[in-house]
Design a binder for this molecule. Sequence first.
Ligand SMILES: NC(=O)c1ccc[n+]([C@@H]2O[C@H](COP(=O)([O-])OP(=O)(O)OC[C@H]3O[C@@H](n4cnc5c(N)ncnc54)[C@H](O)[C@@H]3O)[C@@H](O)[C@H]2O)c1
Length: 365
Amino acid sequence: MSTTQTFSIASIPADGVGKEVVSAGRRVLDALAGSSNGKFAFDWTEFPWGSEYYAKTGLMMDPKGLEALKDFDAIYFGAVGWENVPDHVSLWGLRLNITQNFDQWANIRPVKFLPGVQSPLRKADTVELDWVVVRENSEGEYAGLGGRNLSGRGPGNEVALQTALFTEKGCERIMRFAFDLARTRTVKKVSSVTKSNAQQYGMVLWDEVFNRVALDYPDVRTESVLVDAMSAKFILKPEDLSVVVASNLNADILSDLGSALAGSLGLAASANLNPERRFPSMFEPVHGSAPDIAGKGISNPIGAIASAALMLDHFGLHEEARKVEAAIEAATGSGHLTRDVGGDANTEDVTEAIIKALTLAQATV
Ligand SMILES: NC(=O)c1ccc[n+]([C@@H]2O[C@H](COP(=O)([O-])OP(=O)(O)OC[C@H]3O[C@@H](n4cnc5c(N)ncnc54)[C@H](O)[C@@H]3O)[C@@H](O)[C@H]2O)c1
């Protein structure tokens, strides 16, 4: 008799479209589990944290929230940010509180071009494009170091320091992660994003570690590209990319550019990984709470659903992850597109189309 493997997942929809897309992703995962013949199941616990919680409590999450999260198998996150809370308070109070304290130091953000979705890049019509941004997720420009002072000297005199942190260990672990990932891909290449011409301390250390780590991976091709040139390369020569490793801020910007090139920010998935598995990892779409479209039921659920596929990979359910990705492709390929990618379908239509494609595929196995 086979036993069901149950994965416990903390869901944090948080704000705006985060609520809509997390609900869509949960439905897809539950449909997948429902047709797994009892092989696996998901046990969901939802946490009400976010900007509404802040309005009631003055906090973005329960002060004992990290304790409550630490034994889950994974966290499924929506997006944070609303007009009642300054963005730096909401981000640091919830999302960065989790990524930093759970040492989720590797953030992977695949750039995927989907059938039926028109890219603003003409090259995408004829060339197969597929790359992944690996973001250092624990230090760099988002280390949270610095301060503000001297406002007592009167108007116009305040100073602010925002210090970037680059540790040799932090650089080395993300670079090894990127090289290991490159070894699993058809094109074995890592592009390091730097700015060592201007940032002569942190980024020079970054380059030195990259060159040293590369020696251990003679089978993987490398290049080191300045971030300004890399943003041009994303547009002019994206076929040259496979794994792109970058610091926290640089990767944050480049991955938005990547998802825009694929057609929309609403398509992009991400995984915040604690590769040692000392803490749960967190899966979330790249996009924010999109206040301009929130509550209308028209947000694109694909970024969140593709993030759920990354969560399945994390659970070792690789075949199932590929099935979810194939179902996304079947849905977009058959014209189920939300407005951000040129269609007129709503969140519900696209989610249903993905579930339908998934259950059809399961039934024909
Ligand atoms: N990971 C996160 O939680 C995260 C990331 C980025 C921004 N934010 C926060 O989100 C808020 C809004 O920020 P922003 O406007 O700069 O970025 P955003 O990603 O929310 O929106 C940028 C644009 O993309 C569109 N968009 C985003 N997600 C979409 C989806 N699923 N379907 C269709 N269109 C989508 C929006 O309508 C908007 O036009 C801010 O409070 C910001 O701090 C949070």
